[in-house]
Design a protein around this ligand. Structure first.
Ligand code: EPZ
Length: 430
């Protein structure tokens, strides 16, 4: 089992390049099979979740050709199998985007029903409500969702909750429905906009992505396209928090600063200096930071995917902070791990109260999920002594070359596999 070993105490300093957005890429790769022509997608992050989805796409018969680490060519004309099995859904929930994509294109799809995951129960009722509104017959049988329609027809639909996944999934199916679909109370995340832009580049007619209402005029077919994915705002934010927690000075390159506004505003509020450039953001933290209140909300609110990184920072800041997690019910597990490093917090329901401490001491901790895992690495980089992070397979799902990027900023972090590797690292840094 691989682990990260970290010797904390070095401020992170320098420049770091951000990869393409994982959560945009997941939607875009699924949408790429909706045409029989060839699609080329660039700025794809080279992370496990993406590689598993590519396997799932290949598994249904599409041709998938990796041109280089970040570019893939997909052709969906050879698809024969309209069913995605549980193995893929178990490894990567977002394989369920193939439901919207296949239903739109072939008017039929079967995808294993995803269960809950480490961060919450994660129902998908809104996805199914959307497909039904378009006229599909949707049944759940033997653990699979079977969706089928004679014709998909545009409709007017109001989502009961703001959901990234439901917005993307239903938007894909509606792109190839007959007539106009109006989706209200949709998610406005940059990755929703990116998937809509990609579909439009293939000939879809989608307007309003990024606002509360998306209008889709169905078209009969989609065509070839070459598309470059937007930068990953969560990876960018993670490095911004790493800079702040280690009292560093990091310029995060290849970002869209507008997508980072909620993160930037909170960092400035607690005492960081943040400089914005056209496609970069520089974070400087010269002193111990202050406390604040955070409530996670759909975009443009403070992202739930940045909540653990913020929790680590606030655990090191002056005074008492509170975090309310309003998106997922189980996203505070990292605070228990952080207690092993000396942090002080109390969780009640969906709120956490954090008493800032002067510093952390390195300890062995486990990554409970992707973002919480990255947050614990930040804690290790800020801690005194050695931290070992277990279960880093979660981190590898969504961060490309995470340890290499941290090392390039002066972080002492290595991926290790054995006791011998650990000893080697300890000797090197002592
Ligand atoms: C996406 O998940 C992201 N994943 C998550 O990122 C992110 O945390 C989340 O959006 C919120 O921003 C991908 O894009 C692949 P939702 P998603 O549907 O689409 C409830 C990461 O670390 N809901 O917007 O699954 C749901 O329970 C991951 O990269 C319903 O009730 O999230 C939650 O409370 C983790 N019914 C809220 O809506 C539904 O049918 C928002 O979930 C769908 C969702």
């Amino acid at each position: 089992m691989e682990q990260y070993i970290i010797k904390g105490g070095n401020p992170l300093v320098g420049e770091v390049e951000i990869a393409g957005a994982k959560n945009a890429a997941l939607g875009i790769l699924a949408a790429a099979i909706m045409t029989d022509e060839t699609v080329t997608i660039d700025n794809l992050p080279d992370v496990n979740d993406i590689n598993v989805l590519l396997e799932a796409i290949e598994g249904i018969g599409a041709s998938v050709q990796k041109l280089d680490r970040h570019t893939v060519r997909i052709n969906g004309s050879t698809i024969q199998n309209l069913s995605i099995d549980y193995d893929y859904i178990k490894k990567i929930r977002a394989s369920y985007y193939l439901l919207g994509a296949l239903l739109g294109k072939y008017k039929k799809a079967e995808v294993a029903l995803p269960g809950g995951c480490n961060i919450g129960s994660r129902p998908i009722d809104q996805h199914l409500k959307g497909f039904r509104a378009l006229g599909a017959d949707v049944e759940i049988e033997h653990g699979s969702i079977m969706a089928e329609a004679e014709h998909l027809r545009g409709n007017h639909l109001y989502f009961d909750v703001v959901s990234v996944g439901a917005t993307i999934n239903v938007m894909m199916a509606a792109a190839l429905a007959e007539g106009t679909t109006i989706l209200e109370n949709v998610a406005k995340e940059p990755h929703v906009v990116d998937v809509a832009n990609f579909l439009n580049s293939m000939g879809a007619n989608i307007k309003g992505a990024g606002t509360d209402v998306i209008r889709i005029k169905g078209v009969s077919r989609l065509h070839k396209s070459s598309y470059s994915i937007i930068p990953d705002q969560i990876e960018a934010g993670t490095f911004m928090f790493a800079a702040a927690a280690t009292h560093g000075d990091v310029t995060v390159m290849n970002v869209i600063p507008k997508h980072l506004e909620a993160t930037t505003a909170k960092l400035v509020e607690i005492g960081c200096e943040v400089e914005e450039f056209d496609d970069a953001v520089r974070v400087i933290a010269k002193k111990r930071l202050g406390h604040t209140q955070i409530k996670t909300l759909p975009y443009p609110g403070f992202p739930t995917d940045m909540q653990p990184q913020m929790g680590v920072l606030l655990s090191l800041s002056r005074g008492t902070s509170t975090i309310t997690e309003s998106i997922f019910e189980n996203r505070f597990k990292y605070l228990d791990e952080l207690k092993r490093m000396g942090a002080l917090s109390k969780v009640e329901g969906n709120s956490a109260t954090i008493e800032g401490v002067e510093g952390f001491s390195g300890a062995r901790v486990s990554a409970p999920d992707l973002r919480a895992g990255a947050a614990l690495c930040i804690a290790g980089l800020a801690a005194e002594g050695i931290t070992i992070v277990d279960d880093i397979v979660y981190i590898q799902r969504g961060y490309e070359r995470f340890e290499e990027k941290l090392r390039s900023l002066g972080g002492l972090i290595e991926r290790v596999e054995s006791e011998k590797d650990i000893q080697k690292f300890t000797l090197k840094v002592s």
